[in-house]
Structure formats: C-alpha cells, structure tokens
Design a binder for this molecule. Structure first.
Ligand SMILES: NC(=O)c1ccc[n+]([C@@H]2O[C@H](COP(=O)([O-])OP(=O)(O)OC[C@H]3O[C@@H](n4cnc5c(N)ncnc54)[C@H](OP(=O)(O)O)[C@@H]3O)[C@@H](O)[C@H]2O)c1
Length: 286
C-alpha cells in the first residue's frame, strides 16, 4: 500500500484530498495542529468508508521544532509499519494573516507555514521519499504570478502587506519545487505544484480580522468545492510514470511565473537552508 502524507488535512482542500486518496486505497497520514479537528476529520472520512486507511499526527507546523518533532515521529512510524517508504508528501497546510505576526522563531507566519514548513518537512522525510522514488506536491496559487521574492526583506518586516506576503509564499513554493527537481529528479523524486483555483474554504476567515476577513467572506462564495482541486492531487499520485511538468491546474500542466528560474530556486534554497539550519546534502544533478 502506498503512503501519502498530507499537511493541513483537517479541512478544505487537504481534507478532500485525504478523502479521495483513501477512497483510492492509499494509506493517508494527515497532519493537523488541532487535536479536535484531527479527530473530527478522521471520523468524517471513516463515516463514509469504514475501512479507510487514515491516521493523524498533531503538529503546529508554523514552529520549526514542531516540524522536526513530527517528522521524527512519522519517520519512526513509517520504518515500523511501511518499510520506511513514503510515496508522496503533500505540503498543503496554509494560512492567511491580516497583520505582521511572527512564529516563535521570529519568522513571518505566512512565510513560515505556507512555505518554510514544507521546505523543512521535505528535508526531514527525504530518505523515506527516496526509498519509494516519491513525489512531493506543494499547494500553490495563481496569485504567485506578478510578484518577485523580496530578497532583502523576505519576512516583509519593513512595510508589511498581507497579500504580498501570501503571494510571495506561494511563489516560494514553486521555486522550491523547481529546486527539488533540479536536485533530485535524476534520482527518482519529482516535485509538483497544484494550483487549486479559487476554492470555497474558510482559510481567509481563520485568525484574520478587518478587511481580509471581510473580503474573503465574500470572495469564497465564488470558489469551487475543495473536491475539485483534490482531483489534481489524486491525478499526480496515480500516474504510474511520474509526470514531467511542474505546475498543474485541473489535472493539466499550466503556465507559471517567469520568476521561476533555477537561479532564483538556488538562491531560495540557500536562504531557506540558513533559516532552517539545515543542508540538503545531495549535489545538484540536472
Ligand atoms: N481556498 C483557496 O481558494 C486557495 C487558493 C489557492 C491556494 N490555496 C491554498 O490551499 C491550502 C489549503 O487551504 P484551504 O483553502 O483548504 O484552507 P483551510 O481549510 O483553512 O486549510 C488549511 C489547513 O491548514 C491547517 N493549518 C493551519 N495552520 C496550521 C498550523 N500552524 N500547523 C498545521 N496545520 C495548520 C488547517 O488546520 P485547521 O483547520 O485545524 O486550522 C487546515 O487543515 C493552503 O496552502 C492555501 O494557501 C487555497
């Protein structure tokens, strides 16, 4: 049985992706930051399919020590139960903020959760992915287009704009996927980004206030059901031969920003390694 980890699998896109993948027979490990929401999500999936293979691990992925802890716990679990193999890692957990807020490490929260958590988690689980010739899938957004990485102030400490922070975190996701492919595609790992489109979830109404909260409450009504983007994750998981594209929307390759170059990907890798205190050890191959 193939194992898939999904971060932010308690609601919205992550929950529906967990549902579709369990229906297709995958063993899904969800990660969530609220015990209550994890339990509710698991019950929700099992209520439809009593033999669904699903379990949840608890971690506040905004904090790096929590990412490291849960990665250790999951790795130990996979070594005991799944031959030490991880077929796919879906870095989906995300948030929106209205103001400049930081994690315990002092990192801006949208950057920390939407991008950096996935960078660190992937690093920690890389040996298990390598063993399975696995896939890494990031949840991106069309909003990454029309923005550049603010290299001199990546946390946007000077002049914070919540939308800019969100867009930049999503651009970083694609640069990360590009950097992973440059380094590891030759050794069998492939990375992708799913653009979910506009989806009717509560993301902009959690821990937000003011204008952001108000605008999202209106905007989400025009969004599709999270079951729609869930099909694209399933598509990327179920292909026998790993697809060669990078950015997918509605199960098809799509165009992405011209900012997505190997040069920018390398620059972001170096910066992120420093911010996480780690080093991706394999040499660049392609
Ligand atoms: N909705 C859209 O239109 C849209 C469009 C493009 C991209 N996206 C992206 O899609 C992804 C999923 O978002 P969604 O729209 O499905 O919203 P969502 O329902 O709010 O999903 C976000 C998930 O992340 C979890 N999460 C939040 N903070 C966390 C933390 N500190 N540690 C661990 N998990 C945490 C949430 O858990 P709780 O529910 O327990 O808080 C939830 O499971 C995000 O990356 C988002 O940026 C969404």
């Amino acid at each position: 049985m193939k194992t898939v980890i999904i971060t932010g699998a308690t609601s919205g896109i992550g929950l529906e992706t967990a549902r579709i993948l369990t229906r297709q027979g995958y063993f899904v490990i969800g990660i969530g930051h609220s015990k209550e929401n994890c339990e509710r999500a698991k019950e929700n999936i099992l209520s439809e399919k009593t033999d669904a293979k699903i379990t949840y691990f608890l971690a506040d992925l905004m904090q790096q020590r929590e990412v490291l802890r849960v990665a250790d716990e999951i790795a130990a679990y996979l070594h005991t139960n799944c031959n030490g193999e991880l077929y796919a890692l879906i870095n989906n957990a995300g948030c929106v903020r209205s103001w400049y807020t930081t994690t315990d490490e002092g990192y801006e929260q949208q950057f920390a959760l939407n991008y950096l958590a996935g960078f660190l988690l992937t690093h920690e689980l890389l040996p298990l992915l390598q063993k399975a010739g696995g896939r890494v899938i990031m949840t991106g957004s069309e909003s990454h287009k029309g923005i550049k990485v603010h290299w001199d102030d990546v946390m946007l400490r000077h002049g914070y704009n919540p939308l800019t922070a969100y867009k930049q975190s999503k651009l970083c996701n694609i640069l990360f996927a590009k950097g992973l492919n440059d380094r590891y595609a030759a050794s069998g790992i492939r990375a992708y980004v799913v653009d979910p489109g506009l989806v009717n979830t509560d993301i902009g109404n959690k821990k937000t206030g003011g204008l952001v909260n108000f605008i999202w409450a209106l905007r989400k009504r025009h969004g599709v059901s999270p079951t729609v983007p869930a099909k694209t994750y399933a598509f990327l998981c179920e292909q026998e031969v790993a697809p060669k594209g990078l950015y997918y929307y509605l199960c098809k390759e799509n165009t992405y920003s011209k900012q997505v170059t190997s040069e920018n990907a390398d620059r972001l890798f170096t910066l992120s390694e420093r911010l996480c205190g780690i080093h991706y050890c394999m040499e660049k191959m392609a």
